[in-house]
Design a protein around this ligand. Structure first.
Ligand code: S3P
Ligand code: PEP
Length: 448
């Protein structure tokens, strides 16, 4: 079974050169936040380029359940009529966040400092993921959470009637936890402080400043110290969502390993908290030109020209880079299989608590495709076979994980024999136009 009904198997065949322009959809992290911060502002926020993937649609529905008016005007064009900080009303039913860790964790934070009770659930993947990492800091504000064993969904959160501000050092490098604490801090009087040892994606901080909150980020020996003053009146904004670098990763990596490819991927974020994959690919010898650097929607972006790169070399990925490329390790491990030598990815145990255990899912699928892989709790090592060297001829299990599905389809585009995935339907959560975009570039994808 897939997230939304029947499983949808899909097969990628060895593909002819990929050519053309890959216009990937809006950034998923920024899309969730545009809806949530819009719901916290007083008045109408306008959003363009919103990702209309299921994860974000579930967040839109949740914001409606909490009392915001959310309206779709056209492709990617949405408005949110916000209720103001502390203005949420108690939802009448369970909030179903589907497959989305970002959605559920940020929304829990947003309601945790308002006197109301809400119950959250999700699909079979989300119900396995740990929520204690957000409910622990939320309890410091005075909220209480009652979930299944191990802090799993379904979970009921009772918001704090008299929230107090919090000072919290993140025990794990997680933008979701950081954002949940900042969102809770919005409705706590006084200053909420979050300290992150390793920088994680900074979209919440950027957006809070854009919406008029008083927020400072100080770089210290402890890491980034982020201080937010509670109870601001957030001003509605016009948010132009830039394209998603995590989605761009799939056509970029496919072009690097499919012989003869030469594609343009416009408007890819160069935000330093998101561009780790691109730095890594360049270090491996990828032929990527970063053209026309500029700002779009408050984010630094560039147009990427990407060409087939037969001489890729395996590298040791710097451990401290992990947060800036955390969602890109699955597709990097596919590129690594087509490089010469070993690619070593350390400090990646967070991959085990994503939509699936991504270290396990990639290791098993790559082995089935004829690639030698080593793993331990916190490490993935791929022994590359060089350009054109991967056998393929296997079916990978995707475990309700969009990134695993897309990674193995990219693998199949360059392997000797086709590679199938047992269920491609989760791709709709983050990259609903993946199939059309990739076939438009020249990939051969078949359903079934
Ligand atoms: O804040 C966000 O939008 C996200 C943060 C990351 O998760 P963690 O915070 O768990 O690292 C990332 O994996 C996820 O896809 C999106
Ligand atoms: C981990 C991811 O998302 P989330 O945590 O929002 O489910 C992802 O998109 O790769």
């Amino acid at each position: 079974m897939s997230a939304h009904g029947e499983a949808q198997p899909m097969t990628a065949h060895k593909s002819g050169p990929l050519k053309g322009r890959a216009e990937v959809p809006g950034d998923k992290s920024i899309s969730h936040r545009a809806l949530i911060f819009g719901a916290m502002a007083v008045g109408e926020t306008r959003v363009t380029g919103l990702l209309e993937g299921q994860d974000v649609l579930d967040t839109a529905k949740a914001m409606q359940a909490f009392g915001a008016e959310v309206t779709r005007h056209g492709q990617g064009e949405w408005s949110v009529h916000g209720v103001g900080v502390g203005g949420f009303r108690e939802p009448a039913d369970v909030i179903d966040c589907g497959n989305s860790g970002t959605g559920v964790r940020l929304i829990m934070g947003t309601m945790a400092t308002t006197a109301m009770t809400a119950t959250f659930t999700g699909d079979a993947s989300l119900r396995k993921r740990p929520m204690g990492r957000v409910t622990d800091p939320l309890s410091l504000f005075g909220a209480r959470a009652y979930g299944r064993a191990g802090g799993r969904l379904p979970m009921t959160v009772v918001g704090a009637a008299n929230p107090v501000p919090v000072r919290y050092a993140l025990p794990v490098a997680s933008a979701q936890v950081k954002s949940a604490v900042l969102l809770a801090g919005l409705n706590a009087p006084g200053q909420t402080v979050v300290i992150e040892k390793e920088p994680t994606r900074d979209h919440s901080e950027r957006m809070l400043l854009g919406f008029g909150a008083a927020l400072t980020v100080e770089k210290t020996a402890e890491g980034n110290v982020i201080t937010l003053t509670g109870r601001p009146e957030l001003r509605p904004q016009t948010v132009a969502v830039p394209r998603d670098p995590s989605s761009a990763a799939f056509p970029v990596c496919a072009a690097l390993i499919v012989e003869g490819s030469d594609i343009m991927v416009p408007g890819v974020s160069q935000n330093l908290t998101r561009n780790g994959l691109y730095l890594t690919l360049v270090e491996m010898g990828a032929d990527i030109e970063f053209q026309n650097p500029r700002e779009e929607g408050g984010e630094p972006v560039a147009d990427l020209r990407v060409r087939f790169s037969p001489g890729l070399k395996g590298i040791e990925v710097p451990e401290e880079r992990a947060p800036s490329m955390i969602d890109e390790y699955p597709v990097l491990s596919v590129v690594a299989a087509f490089a010469e030598g070993k690619t070593v990815m350390r400090g990646v145990k967070e991959l085990r608590v994503k939509e699936s255990d991504r270290i396990d899912a990639m290791a098993r699928g790559l082995e089935a495709c004829g690639v030698t892989v080593e793993e331990d709790e916190d490490t993935l090592i791929v022994h590359g076979l060089g350009a054109g060297g991967v056998a393929g001829g296997a079916t990978a299990r995707t475990h309700l994980d969009h990134r695993i599905a897309m990674s193995f389809l990219v693998c199949g585009m360059a392997s000797k024999k086709p590679v199938s995935v047992d269920d491609a339907s989760p791709i709709l959560t983050s990259f609903p136009i993946f199939e059309g975009l990739m076939t438009g570039l020249g990939a051969t994808l078949r359903r079934g």
